[in-house]
Design a protein around this ligand. Sequence first.
Ligand code: BV8
Length: 306
Amino acid sequence: ASSATRPSVVPPKDLESFQTHLNQSTRILALLGAGLSASSGLPTFRGAGGLWRTHDATSLATPQAFERDPGLVWQFYSYRRHMALKAKPNPAHYALAELARKKEDFVTLTQNVDGLSPRALHPASQLKLIHGSLFDVKCSDFFCTYVEKDNYTDPIVPALAIPTDESDPTTTSALAARGPQPHELDISDENVALPELDYNHLPKCPECKRGLLRPGVVWFGEQLPYGIINDIEEYLGKRQKIDLIMVIGTSAKVFPAAGYVDIARARGAKVAIINMDPNDIPAGGLYDGDWFFQGDAAQIVPEILK
Ligand code: BV8
């Protein structure tokens, strides 16, 4: 059913009180997580997609994993680039972009690296990619500063092409329905053999000619991009009141991102949580007057922001 006829998923009184507050708000933050892109077909970290071939996805998102097995880590990220390129922004991505056009002091802090908020034409100056992007690549050599933004080459090198199986008819039907293109093997499935890739197969830095290129994302144990930290500290640091923070599709367990909820609250912000799981409340809990809208962000966000 189109959104016009679809029954409301938000309790009317909550919707009314939220929209009254939203309309009166000027300084608004949103903290986005993987749940926002779930309806676009991209797996979340803790959901089924959180285990990539028996590897906990977060165990691959570290400099140590890249050091130990750059081929495996690149196949994980190349797969996510491939899936994100095939995915489309959903109504929630567009609704947040629309709000940013209406409210110049609304800033979105996204933990997502899937590129869907930029593709929904979210005003760039009001969108902070706090954990980087799958589509930025940079040199992994400590002394080299090479960074390439907006690299959408898929695969980024031939060796990272998704293996195909022309012979197996099931590849076309079963797997295509799940996401991979016909004949593509579902390399997220541990039963599908991965090619052994080594240094020579992997993308090299065109500048220093010695380092491997790596995904331009923030791994665990790494600092968030300085420019973004400064922007956020500038926004939060003004000691000016913050009216509202929306916490959308995130388990809010990763720091410093999750910490922004408490900082916003300390600046007077009311908190609105949009999450499929009623138990996923940020560490600081819910206060009287806060909102919890349970359900699919792709359905709820457009509804509460309209
Ligand atoms: C830092 C990019 C320090 C990569 C990511 C020990 C050693 C080192 C560091 C630490 C340590 N202990 C703690 C830390 C800090 C660490 C941390 O917080 N760890 C956690 C696990 C405790 N943080 C860091 O390491 C950060 N850096 O601390 O640097 C430092 C200081 C000075 C100098 C040098 C260093 C960097 C963290 C960034 C890591 N990179 N991503 C990549 O994507 O591959 S994190 C990644 O995981 C995401 O970006 C996101 O942040 C997180 C996943 O969380 P979610 O997005 O919330 O996804 P999740 O699956 O968990 O939840 C989905 C939610 O959606 C659920 O609530 C679900 O119910 C809901 N949902 C599902 N479907 C829907 C839905 N909701 C609505 N609608 C639906 N349809």
